[in-house]
Ligand binder design. Structure first.
Ligand SMILES: [Zn+2]
Length: 253
């Protein structure tokens, strides 16, 4: 599209720099959104995992509870049996019969003791499991709240940025028309080869603003002269001097 062959190097650099600034804003929006969906997904996964854990704990609680119930019944039966045996003992005919019943009573008393021990242990375990359940439920509630907030945030960003992104994309397309076609294809090629999307960078503390390798003073002065397009010899990015990058100190957005 571009038929701007008569532009000076400085004008070409300004145009591509302008384009870079617009595209960087688009990148910023993408980054902003890019992390939220992942965070939402992570939270959903974590909640799912906790729910599985909760249902396992609930199954354990049910199983321990029914074990306790079983032992309660065993004990009740043994106690009833002891009462019955003691009644029988009152009507025994001889010592041998008395002793035989006594043995049976002792056996039933042992049953009661064992049931008591089982119940105590089970109650202890039950307490621990209920504790886990309470903590898991609380954690699920917290995460669900966080998830809700993230989801809202994401929806808000999408709603807010949709227009901005579309407007910036239009701006970018327009800015492209002012960029020298060879420079534009170089720009697009460099931009796609770096994850941060930076193809035009300023000199930052005597270094390339893209790869941070030092730029020799001679080269820096060439860049400042804006007589030819200079790319970083390390990363290939197009270099501009600070004044071109940031003409007025106040407006950096
Ligand atoms: Zn570089």
């Amino acid at each position: 599209m571009a038929t701007v062959k008569d532009f000076s190097v400085e004008e070409k650099l300004s145009a591509v720099l302008e384009l870079q600034k617009i595209d960087s804003k688009v990148d910023e929006i993408k980054t902003l959104k890019g992390e939220l969906p992942m965070e939402v997904k992570d939270l959903e996964d974590e909640i799912e995992g906790l729910k599985t854990r909760l249902s396992n704990v609930n199954a354990e609680i049910d199983s321990i509870s029914s074990f306790v119930q079983q032992k309660t019944d065993t004990k009740k039966d043994a106690v009833a049996q002891i009462k019955k045996l003691e009644k029988q003992q009152e009507n025994v005919k001889n010592n041998r019969e008395f002793e035989a019943i006594n043995k049976e009573v002792e056996y039933q008393e042992l049953e009661v003791q064992v049931a008591d021990k089982h119940m105590r242990d089970a109650e202890l375990e039950l307490g621990g499991r209920i504790d886990v359940r309470t903590r898991t439920e609380a954690k699920i509630n917290n995460l669900a709240e966080a998830l809700e907030a993230k989801k809202n945030e994401l929806e808000k960003i999408i709603a807010e940025t949709e227009k901005e992104e579309a407007a910036l994309t239009r701006e970018s397309d327009k800015a492209k028309e002012h960029v020298d076609s060879r420079l534009l294809s170089a720009y697009e090629r460099i931009r796609t080869s770096y994850s941060n999307g930076l193809a035009v960078v300023p000199i930052v503390r005597d270094s390339c603003g893209g790869c941070f390798n030092v730029i020799p003073p001679q080269r820096q002065s060439e860049i400042r002269q804006r007589k030819k397009i200079i790319v970083c010899e390390h990363c290939g990015r197009i270099l501009v001097d600070n004044e071109l990058n940031n003409p007025t100190e106040e407006t950096v957005d």
